[in-house]
Design a protein around this ligand. Structure first.
Ligand SMILES: [Zn+2]
Length: 173
């Protein structure tokens, strides 16, 4: 299942047809994203987009973008995979002014004349979903942080022992 998506589409036409597009885009083809990734091989983003028009005639593109982004953990400096499962609701615009006029529920995506570059908008979405500081979750990371629970417990139980002795002696008196 590695059908590639057309690079450039005409949203107005696809929304008239109530079309759906699904396919894959290679992360290696996204230069801005590549800059933030660690060792990209054949990874792909899985894209599913549906085209429609709302009651006010805004073109609406909604769907899902899934990817597993190879990143470098900033705690142990080893490779990690960051899963992205994003839901998008876009409305294509031709200018900043048009973007400002969009209803708040739509994310603007900028067209060149009447066509939209899918690779660009998917790349943008993946860039936005990148974590600020990528890190394994603690169980998977090779750097073990001092476990607060384990450290605190002996002290706490020691304290309880002391208190128990103290109170029981107290009680006897
Ligand atoms: Zn790590």
């Amino acid at each position: 299942m590695s059908n590639s998506l057309p690079q450039s589409i005409i949203p107005a036409r696809l929304s008239e047809q109530q079309a759906s597009l699904s396919g894959h885009l290679r992360l290696a083809d996204m230069p801005r994203l590549l800059f933030s990734l660690h060792e990209v091989h054949a990874e792909e983003a899985e894209v599913e987009l549906n085209f429609t028009q709302d009651t006010e005639n805004f073109i609406v593109i909604y769907g899902k973008i899934r990817a597993r982004l190879p990143l470098l953990c900033q705690r142990c400096f080893k490779a990690m995979v960051y899963p992205v499962d994003a839901q998008v609701i876009w409305s294509p615009v031709k200018s900043e002014t048009q973007a400002d006029e969009l209803p708040a529920q739509y994310e603007p995506c900028l067209m060149q004349a009447d066509s939209l570059n899918i690779l660009d908008v998917v790349e943008e979405e993946l860039l936005l979903s990148l974590p600020l500081v990528p890190m394994h979750n603690e169980a998977e990371c090779s750097v073990k942080l001092p476990n607060e629970k384990q450290d605190a417990d002996p002290i706490k139980s020691h304290l309880f022992e002391v208190l128990k002795k103290y109170t029981s002696r107290d009680y006897k008196l």
